[in-house]
Design a protein around this ligand. Structure first.
Ligand code: NI
Length: 214
């Protein structure tokens, strides 16, 4: 007597169909997920998530009008904080041009966003020079300065590295080129890398703005 398979034939067909169907579903789901990713529809930031970090908590410096400034002065706004110097040949102008493009792309929401530029070259970056430099990119940008000890302490707080490098009779300054984002409640949230795009910056800023209106 021949042995029949334990699973009757029609049921086996249905099993195969289910497997094929499941495979098709999985294949269809993949492009959806990656599209979601590209649109920022997932849960993550485009930059490095610093939510809850124990460093990069704030600063106490002087703005380019001579006023004492702390992070609390910018409560209610998303703060983009960046360290650099006026004579930077390439990286800082690129970062500031991008920040200006971010402000433009944000449209009316830019009114709730503030770029703060902390000089790592306070000896050469006078308040007047900083005012001119910021105005060249966006009149809404604010530069912060202090004595060399204050600047070093602030950089240390943000784990930002900078170092004078002699160039002939002068010097340049190598420095970390991250942009830190604070949410409107004044909490450190994100560090965006220099290589990231205007869209990446806008996505994370918008995310923090949207959070604060929930
Ligand atoms: Ni620079």
């Amino acid at each position: 007597m021949p042995r029949f398979p334990l699973i009757p034939f029609p049921a086996r067909v249905s099993l195969v169909r289910r497997q094929v169907f499941a495979g098709l579903l999985a294949a269809a789901a993949l492009p959806l997920l990656s599209a979601c990713d590209r649109l920022g529809g997932d849960e993550g930031f485009r930059g490095i998530d610093l939510t809850g970090a124990a460093y990069a908590q704030g600063f106490s410096l002087t703005d380019f009008h001579g006023r004492s400034r702390t992070l609390a002065d910018y409560r209610g706004q998303v703060v983009m904080l960046y360290f650099g110097f006026v004579q930077c040949p390439d990286v800082c102008p690129t970062a500031l041009a991008r920040a200006s493009a971010v402000m433009q792309q944000l449209g009316t929401d830019a009114g709730r966003v503030r770029l703060l530029f902390v000089t790592v070259d306070p000896e050469r970056d006078t308040p007047e020079l900083l005012r001119e430099y910021m105005a060249a990119f966006d009149p809404r940008f604010v530069a912060l300065t202090g004595n060399p000890e204050q600047i070093q302490a602030t950089a240390d707080t943000f784990r930002v590295h900078f170092k004078k490098v002699p160039t002939g009779g002068s010097y340049t300054v190598d420095h970390t080129a991250l942009t830190y984002l604070f949410d409107p409640a004044g909490r450190i949230r994100v560090a965006l890398r220099h290589e990231q795009t205007v869209d990446d910056y806008v996505a994370d800023v918008r995310r923090l703005l949207a959070e604060s209106t929930l």
